[in-house]
Write a protein of this length. Sequence first.
Length: 335
Amino acid sequence: MPIGRMLARRLVLVVPLLFVILLGTFMLVRLSGQDPVGLLAGPTATAAEIELVRASLALDQPIWVQFGVYLGKVVQGDLGASWLSNRPVLAEILDRAPATLELMAWGVLIGAGIGIPVGLRAAFRPDRAFDQLSRFFSLLGFSVPTYWLGLIMLFVFFYLLEWAPPGMGRISLFLEPPPRVTGSYLIDGLIAADWEVASSAASQLILPVLCVAIISAAPIIKQTRAIALEVLASDYIRYARAQGLPKREIRAMALRNSATPIVTFIGTEITGLVGTTSLIEYVFAWGGLGQYGLSAIIAGDFAAVQGYVLMLALFSVLVFLVVDIYVTLTEPRAA
């Protein structure tokens, strides 16, 4: 069965891939020059206390021994504890991941909902006013720095127009989060029938989601246009035109043949969007996984950085697996 063979091949590749990612992250973090022992021990710690903390973290051992200890814990599902919060890294990741997934899901859905139709329309009518405008918007989306876009959104819609709430988290500071079911304050507020919480969560989502949508729509427009133009220039489309098929049928043929590469590109775009989303989360104090990872990198929290990178790798593997399943179902010859 094509899907079974594809899944088997992917699983064989996942283990060495994750091992290389773990090793690379471990080495980069250790070679960064940051030493958290002094921070953990405190400013008044004696030399003996500092050495005791170092030994408790196995940082007095050779680096290959440290990696062996870390790898053994990861295999058991233990990603260690954050050296700043003293909480298990896995627990913090699971707490924050729904916030990032919610932000990315809405942003990518809106970005794809705008980018795909715009890119297709531009390809079907190349070099016209709409095509020129779409290419300008795509170039603008590529050029604008992520953090600057978030700050401009807050300045215009919160400070000047007062249409949006302040970028201070996922819910108003005067409200309590709803009982946790999915981790999404909007969905959990609706489940709990707490309309005030749901309304506040929805309003807090608008600006960061709009930022993610703009950033994701720009490359989707560009790539969709390029894919559709390539399909329209193919031999079978030219043959269909020569046979006198109506434009509607030709466009439907082009759309069917463009769907698979467009979905594949969006999958790669999602994996790359995690790092971009971290800057949006930082600007809006979103409290998601991206902000957690960025803060850990700045603070030199080794365990948190390693856990964050591992989760990103697993997320990328999952996204590509879903894309591969879609491609296998729609294009069996690719299996």
